[in-house]
Design a protein around this ligand. Structure first.
Ligand code: FAD
Ligand code: SF4
Length: 558
């Protein structure tokens, strides 16, 4: 077993092999026609992946399957399903063109069982492999399902390290050992030193430019005139394969959220490299400064649009980070921009993966603030009078994309303040974004945006998060400062009560009031909680009444 796989959680105690389909109810005759059946999942589209090490086309066979379960276990948006299926079909076409043996199971094949477990069992029955082999998957549920099928069929499943990350799960476990709370900054510095990224060439122990972090320079907002002319994003006209998938998704998943027809994401490595080139040349120089800024009707701004390509393994984070550093070293981009971007990829991306794999399966059920509200229906339509949410949800449904601050400080913030059950928030984020894969989505939602992963259930004091040191809670004034949304909204971000009160502002104070005892114990929240006491008892009562009315549907469309 690979070292990375050794650190992965063991199968769920309830996942008895009998729960998974066995291809061999009776003993099968030897010899095995296939040596290794090499499993390639929809987010493992790289021939350089470790599962292919030692691949022998005369003895081994690749297995890939499109299954309805992956689009229905959450209500997957059309863009997201199109991306996965189209990228898989392009990858399969390249494997076939190179003459590699491939068992590819299409969603629309009449006998498709609809589940990964069912399709794998059918493939085992057909090929009678001696063993199964795969690169460590990104999703705990999938690992359990595939391990279950292997066990039910008496086959060894080799789970190999995923080399698409700088860090193995084992490395992260070592970092987390003995730490009660995990903080990005410590991990990030370790990563920089260990991988020699953006380090001072004269003193390789010191960060380039004498500072580890240029975050303070990376919080700019556009002035009144807005972002001006933003470089257009690199989008791709659907080819015949993508067009066929779009038609399939529009028929098979007609009722699913979002639109397939605006699809333009890269679905091959060649296309992904084009997006990377475009980003390094045109956007990275301004990435840092405008990283947190938002503007109505401008979904793309100076962001990379590379998360989906990296998550599908069309690109290697190492090459992405190396390109950003080289652009800085050549003088083409400022240090603050390169560092800001590298922190996201070398820092946050690796950090959330470590949290996911070292804390699952319990992590998915965390609810430190005991939030119980349902997700408002408008998250699936964008039909709300709140201008900021309307804009972010509309672009999300159109493109399967929103940038980090839109996810954290608009859709995530509203759900946090309203008190939505974190698992309902998780199901939404996993469904609607093209880059949504559970290992990255879940910690960002549960840990960072909903502050749900800490407290006593996680062995931490009340009011302390595992991943975030404090909740990302703010009034509508934050959104006003970072965007122009409020200028076109019927609500007033400064008002907490009254008919024109901004729901974010009302719910912010209500949030502090509902959790004051818990949050007062967190030193980083002390000032915010103290400010609550500046509101009169009448104001607090009026806020509580309006917050309850919002929860009761006050703002729902008639
Ligand atoms: P940029 O803003 O240009 O950033 C560059 C790259 O850094 C991204 O491509 C991404 O790979 C990486 N990155 C940045 N922030 C993070 C982060 N917090 N965690 C992991 N990687 C990061 N990212 C996903 O890939 N899949 C998700 O399902 C996902 N869900 C999220 C949910 C919430 C509530 C939040 C707050 C963030 C989520 N993110 C997710 C992280 C981040 O928002 C996206 O990676 C980013 O917006 C993708 O757009 P981009 O490629 O233009 O990124
Ligand atoms: Fe959003 Fe409130 Fe601003 Fe309206 S006023 S756009 S609801 S933050």
């Amino acid at each position: 077993m690979s070292p990375d796989a050794a650190a992965l959680p063991t199968p769920h105690p309830g996942a008895h092999p009998a729960a998974y389909p066995a291809a061999h109810p009776a003993a099968q005759p030897a010899p095995h026609p296939v040596r290794h059946l090499v499993i390639v999942l929809g987010d493992q589209l790289d021939r350089g992946a470790s599962a292919f090490d030692g691949f022998d086309p005369t003895q081994d066979c690749i297995w890939m399957a499109e299954v309805a379960e992956e689009s229905t276990q959450v209500w997957s948006a059309k863009q997201r399903t199109v991306l996965f299926l189209s990228a898989m079909r392009h990858f399969a076409a390249a494997l076939r063109a190179d003459g590699l043996p491939l068992d590819y199971r299409r969603l629309d094949a009449p006998a498709n069982s609809g589940t990964l477990a069912g399709e794998l069992a059918a493939a085992i029955a057909q090929h009678r492999p001696a063993a199964l082999r795969m690169t460590a998957p990104g999703d705990w549920r999938v690992l359990q399902a595939l391990r279950g099928v292997a066990a039910a069929n008496g086959l060894a499943l080799a789970v190999c390290d995923d080399r698409h990350f700088f860090t193995t799960v084992r490395d992260f476990s070592a970092h987390a050992e003995g730490r009660k709370q995990l903080r990005l900054e410590f991990f990030y510095r370790e990563q920089r030193r260990r991988h020699g990224v953006l380090m001072d060439r004269a003193d390789p122990n010191q960060p380039e430019g004498g500072r580890w972090n240029f975050d303070a320079e990376n919080r700019g907002a556009f002035g009144r005139d807005g972002p001006g002319a933003v470089p257009p994003p690199t989008r791709f006209v659907p080819d015949a394969i993508t067009a066929e998938v779009m038609a399939l998704v529009n028929t098979r998943f007609a009722g699913h959220p979002g639109q397939a027809d605006s699809f333009g994401w890269p679905v091959t490595r060649t296309q992904a490299l084009q997006v990377l080139d475009d980003f390094i040349t045109w956007r990275l120089p301004a990435f840092g400064q405008w990283q947190d800024a938002m503007w109505q009707g401008e979904p793309w701004l100076y962001h990379a649009h590379l998360s989906a390509a990296m998550n599908l393994k069309l690109l290697q984070p190492r090459e992405v980070v190396a390109r950003a550093e080289a652009a800085y070293r050549s003088g083409a981009v400022p240090l603050a921009a390169a560092e800001g971007f590298i922190r996201q990829v070398l820092g946050w991306r690796e950090y959330v993966r470590g949290i996911y794999w070292t804390r699952m399966p319990g992590y998915a059920g965390r609810n430190a603030l005991q939030a119980t509200e349902p997700l408002p229906a408008f998250y699936w339509t964008g039909n709300t009078p709140m201008a900021c949410l309307r804009d972010v949800i509309a672009q999300t449904l159109a493109h399967g994309y929103a940038h980090h601050i839109q996810r954290l400080m608009v859709t995530g913030l509203y759900a946090l303040l309203l008190g939505v059950r974190p698992q309902a928030v998780h199901a939404w984020y996993l469904a609607v974004y093209v880059d949504a894969v559970e290992w990255v989505e879940l910690p960002n939602v549960l840990g960072m945006s909903q502050f749900a992963d800490g407290g006593p259930a996680a062995g931490l004091p009340e009011g302390v998060g595992l991943m975030a040191s404090k909740p990302y809670a703010a009034t509508g004034k934050y959104i006003q400062r970072m965007s122009n949304h409020c200028a076109g909204c019927r609500f007033d971000p400064a008002a907490a009560t009254g008919d024109n009160a901004c729901p974010f502002t009302t719910l912010y104070w209500d949030f502090l009031s509902r959790h004051d005892a818990r949050l007062a114990r967190n030193p980083r929240m002390a000032l915010q909680v103290k400010n609550l006491s500046r509101l009169s008892a009448d104001q607090q009562a009026a806020i509580a009444v309006r917050a309850q009315a919002i929860r009761g549907g006050l703002l729902d469309p008639a």
